[in-house]
Design a protein around this ligand. Structure first.
Ligand SMILES: C[S@@+](CC[C@H](N)C(=O)[O-])C[C@H]1O[C@@H](n2cnc3c(N)ncnc32)[C@H](O)[C@@H]1O
Ligand code: SF4
Ligand code: SF4
Length: 300
């Protein structure tokens, strides 16, 4: 990360903590909800299947920028499916950088060739070893591994949503992240139980066991892009929600925190690690602040 970016984030953090401000810093643009997969745990694919036009997405990026957002995520649906004429997700990343976003990340299912060196991180969803990943995501594991091998940059971070199907495959994904070329780290979430996927949710005890495995992996030098100081809060779901410093925009509609904000009761069962990490950070939790500084400077 550039020194100027670091100073900007540090200034934002100090102001937010001291004056209890609610201005956003992290924004997500949903470029389409169309997807080539239909994963077992996912409730947000192919609801409209609309590809949002380039001009609309540029407008949404500008809106977020003007609100103060400087960390931008592109998400879907499948981001690598997004097209408008000749434009692809790579053009959106380049435009975002040019607009002045300091960190630009893309979330993908990894089933398309990966040529996105301009992104700071490509969060590539991997949901276990071959057997369990394919049980969640269809027969895609081998294609993804081939795409990672042929990727044109080493900015990939595995992104695993831990649920009832893959909860015993956390260590497999960790070791693969450590041992695979082009992969820089791994980041986790617990399943967030939308009404149609409640059966995949983990109990507190299961979450605790997963966190123990992740901590052990950290000791074994696995590059984990999460904060272990947030684990006790994630296990017990006792972090503040929603995250006011995060916003998402989908087809012109802005939501605080996530597009899931409208699902009744979901925030009390939220499994997204970034929500715990950011809300605790901006509450001024000293352990989280120190660990966040170390982790972000290492991986971005
Ligand atoms: C909705 S997908 C969109 C991007 C891309 N299609 C992909 O799969 O990475 C973004 C991330 O959300 C995760 N996800 C989907 N449903 C979830 C849920 N109910 N709880 C936690 N994570 C979830 C996916 O596993 C994926 O890592
Ligand atoms: S690839 Fe992503 S958007 Fe598509 S179904 Fe799976 S989790 Fe949902
Ligand atoms: S806190 Fe609520 S809105 Fe935010 S990600 Fe979790 S469930 Fe979604």
């Amino acid at each position: 990360m550039k020194v100027t970016s670091f100073l900007r984030f540090a200034g934002f953090g100090i102001k937010t903590i001291l004056f209890r401000k609610k201005d956003p810093i992290l924004g997500t643009v949903i470029v389409t909800d169309r997807c080539n997969l239909k994963c077992r745990h996912c409730s947000v694919n192919n609801i409209t299947a609309v590809m949002h036009p380039y001009a609309q997405i540029m407008g949404e990026m500008k809106t977020l920028y003007d609100m103060g957002v400087r960390i931008l995520f592109f998400c879907g649906g499948e981001t690598f499916l997004w097209r408008d004429g000749e434009k692809t997700i790579r053009d959106l990343v380049r435009e975002a950088k040019q607009m002045g976003f300091l960190i630009v990340n893309v979330v993908t299912n990894g089933t398309f060739p990966i040529d996105l060196p301009e992104a700071d991180l490509i969060l590539l969803s991997l949901d276990g070893d071959r057997e369990r990943h394919n049980a969640v995501r269809g027969d895609t594991y081998d294609t993804i591994m081939e795409n990672i091998k042929n990727a044109t940059s080493d900015n990939i971070c595995f992104y695993m949503a831990i649920n009832q199907i893959n909860k015993d495959a956390v260590a497999d994904v960790c070791r693969l992240a450590r041992d695979t070329a082009n992969v820089r780290a791994v980041s986790f979430n617990f399943h967030t139980p939308y009404p149609d996927t409640r059966e995949l949710a983990l109990s507190k005890e299961e979450k605790r066991e997963c966190c123990e495995v992740i901590k052990q992996m950290m000791k074994e030098k696995v590059p984990v892009f999460n904060l272990k100081s947030a684990f006790p809060y994630l296990i017990e779901n006792r972090f503040p929600t929603p995250c006011h410093q995060c916003v998402v925009i989908e087809n012109g509609k802005i939501s605080v925190c996530g597009r899931c904000i409208d699902v009744p009761g979901l925030c009390e069962e939220c499994g997204y690690f970034f929500v715990a990490e950011y809300t605790l950070l901006f509450k001024g939790n000293p352990k989280i602040i120190c660990e966040m500084l170390r982790t972000y400077l290492k991986y971005i």
